[in-house]
Write a new protein. Structure first.
Length: 82
């Protein structure tokens, strides 16, 4: 199944603050995520949003809604689960 990605305003702000190299890596992983949720994806227990994509030291926190993947935040791993 092919997904489309929707960014929340906080996620857009997060990705703009990253270095160009890191944001490029995250964008590449998000492209792979659109194709059947491939990548280092894990379902989170008792946490909202319910899924994370690991990209090195960075975490993309998202929630699937039908054929959309809604990205809520893109944060460093040290602050991802606070």
């Amino acid at each position: 199944m092919r997904y489309t990605i929707e960014f929340r305003p906080k996620a857009l702000g997060d990705i703009k603050r990253l270095s160009p190299d890191v944001s490029r890596r995250i964008e590449q992983k998000l492209e792979l995520l659109c194709q059947d949720m491939t990548g280092d994806v894990k379902r989170l227990v008792n946490f909202s949003p319910g899924y994370r994509l690991r990209v090195g030291d960075w975490r993309v926190l998202f929630q699937p809604h039908g054929s959309r993947l809604v990205v809520h935040r893109i944060v460093h791993r040290s602050k991802a689960y606070e």
